[in-house]
Ligand binder design. Structure first.
Ligand SMILES: CCCCCCCCCCCCCCCC(=O)Oc1ccc([N+](=O)[O-])cc1
Length: 269
């Protein structure tokens, strides 16, 4: 039996509307929806969040709920997140952390190199020795940073890229520790503080250059720490020599947010 023309027309109109909605929905999804980020956070204590508190059950790695990788994951709904940064990590340790990077990883962040350069020994030597002993120790560290560290960083960054060729690789640097001259009346001399800051600058130059050479984005955190360093008037982003000793010269929770997380968001969203 024949279907009356009016009903036919109505059916086609309904079908057309339904298809239209489906097409619009598809276009809408294609235009706005993004695949969820598959994020792996590698690195040393500046990435694990030593000094920022709330370490949960992460043991000696001291991964903080206030660390920038966790803050980023929290702020990006649907992110698959592997937090494997660990206190004390050197480039060799980060090579092991890379086991967590896969071909489906879409974002990797990393801070590494400070421990290879002798961060703890530099700070111990500068705390206990003379100005000249401190300057000499920093100069030895800078020579290492300029001559040995570049190859170690190239190895780390290129191995990450090899495992996750399409992932965004973000290298985060280290802050200058001190405002010089500053508001501190006790502690290290300004001569020592200036020398230590120059070590930070040497690290930033090499990290930036090796990141660029390996197709990674370098996030320089030094500007964000300015005005918040040790001996600045705010003096709120870094612990000075403190107890427990492991927190010394590490970002506070405010430093992880203002000094690392905010610049990371400015760099990648
Ligand atoms: C040229 C090097 C000069 C060094 C002085 C300037 C330092 C500025 C950059 C600081 C880099 C610090 C990276 C260290 C991160 C880290 O894992 O720290 C540790 C945290 C905890 C331990 N530990 O043993 O418990 C050991 C190290």
């Amino acid at each position: 039996m024949a279907v009356p023309a009016r009903i036919k027309a109505l059916s086609f109109t309904r079908l057309g509307a339904a298809l239209g909605v489906a097409v619009l929905a598809t276009l809408g999804l294609a235009g706005t929806a993004q695949a969820a980020t598959n994020y792996v956070a590698l690195g040393d204590s500046y990435s694990s969040g030593v000094g920022a508190g709330s370490y949960g059950n992460s043991g000696d790695c001291m991964r903080s709920a206030n660390a920038y990788p966790q803050l980023w994951a929290n702020a990006h709904a649907g992110t698959t997140f592997k937090f494997v940064a660990c206190s004390g990590a050197r480039t060799g340790d980060v090579l092991n952390q890379i086991a967590n990077v896969t071909s489906s990883t879409t974002l990797v962040t990393v801070s590494v190199g400070g421990n290879d350069a002798g961060f703890a020994d530099v700070m111990t030597t500068c705390t206990t020795g003379s100005d000249q002993t401190c300057i000499n120790r920093v100069n030895t560290a800078k020579t290492y940073v300029n001559n040995t560290l570049p190859g170690l960083l190239d190895n780390v960054y290129s191995k990450i890229k090899a495992k996750a060729p399409s992932a965004k690789l973000v290298v985060l640097g280290y802050p200058r520790f001190y405002t010089v001259p500053g508001s501190c009346s006790v502690g290290l001399s300004d001569t020592k503080r200036t020398a230590i800051n120059s070590g930070s600058d040497a690290l930033a130059s090499v990290l930036s250059a090796r990141a660029a050479a390996n197709g990674a984005k370098f996030v320089d955190v030094r500007p964000a720490f300015t005005g918040h360093n040790i001996c600045s008037s705010a003096d709120d982003y870094l612990h000075s020599l403190t107890w427990p000793i492991v927190n010394s010269y590490h970002p506070t929770a405010a430093g992880q947010r203002g000094g690392y997380y905010n610049p990371l968001v400015s760099a990648i969203g």
